[in-house]
Design a protein. Structure first.
Length: 295
């Protein structure tokens, strides 16, 4: 079966013995595009919508998953740089010298960590509705799962975080779409409308289930890393072209957090997603073409 007709799965044993899983679709031996999904996310977060936009552009799309999600071995105490280095090992395994890279939501800090440490492997980078360092003043108006998660991650109380996340985790494993929608029921009007779209729902259901089935601790690891380990990333070392797309009505990753972060990334460009929150952009063709134009 060719990539155009389906999705190929892969497993890699990393130097420390962990397993890293990924998927590929698009054009075999095409131009590589490395995709880092949000949180919680897995190798089955394939971009949603019409995947034919990738092969039409001659792209070989590699979607990865981080330690503790899906079929990828957990790495207790991890930060952001460990996965960045895992990605470089995966590129070597796949005989990919240089790639475009994109990430959304919780995938954003890993995009930045990768291009800071392995910029020679990247052509250009795009972030959609990405997570950024959050201050207490930013949490006003955030959805409750992110606001309370931020507080608990900063406190270091892992047991309290486990108790807080468990009901969300159980609901998403039982019914990925309904569970996620309930978890962010206090999101913006734009996001609630976007989540009613059947194509959007179909695009995330398997990816969410695969990410979390049996993997609660991985979600906790990820939450702590994203909220406490931004110092891992040497932002000043980034030389890769970066465009960051974000909506002002995003109640999961506030716009103000992104404005502060972008100011610290050399040459990075912030583009506003007009009339959108956190859920709606789904890596559309305009965003994809803008990324490819910078290679």
């Amino acid at each position: 079966m060719g990539f155009e007709d389906g999705v190929n799965e892969g497993r890699l044993t990393l130097p420390d013995g962990r397993t890293m899983a990924w998927t590929e679709h698009g054009v075999p031996n095409g131009m590589p595009l490395l995709r880092l999904p949000g949180t919680p996310g897995s190798r089955w977060m394939l971009g949603g919508g019409d995947r034919s936009r990738f092969p039409r552009r001659g792209l070989r799309v590699v979607t990865t998953e981080r330690p503790g999600f899906g079929a990828s071995t957990r790495l207790p105490g991890r930060g952001l740089n460990e996965h960045a280095d895992d990605l470089a090992v995966l590129l070597d395994h796949l005989d990919i010298e240089r790639t475009y890279i994109t990430g959304n939501s919780g995938g954003a800090p890993y995009v930045l960590a990768f291009i800071a440490r392995h910029g020679d492997r990247t052509r250009a980078a795009t972030v959609e509705v990405g997570a950024a360092p959050t201050e207490e003043s930013d949490t006003v108006g955030m959805v409750e799962i992110n606001r309370r998660g931020w507080e608990l991650a900063r406190s270091g109380d892992r047991e309290a975080m486990r108790e807080f996340i468990r009901p969300y985790y159980d609901a998403i494993v039982a019914d990925p779409v309904a569970g996620l929608m309930a978890a962010v029921a206090d999101a913006s009007d734009e996001d609630r409308a976007a989540m009613q779209d059947e194509e959007w729902q179909a695009g995330i259901a398997k990816g969410l289930f695969e990410a979390l089935n049996g993997n609660l601790e991985g979600w906790i690891d990820e939450s702590i890393a994203i909220e406490t380990r931004w110092d891992d990333i040497d932002l000043a070392a980034i030389a890769t072209s970066v465009t960051w797309w974000h909506g002002r009505s995003d109640a999961l990753s506030p716009f103000a957090t992104v404005e502060r972060l972008i100011a610290r990334i050399p040459g990075a460009v912030l583009r506003e997603l007009d009339g959108e929150g956190h859920m709606g952009s789904a890596f559309d063709e305009q965003i994809l073409d803008e990324l490819l134009s910078r290679g």
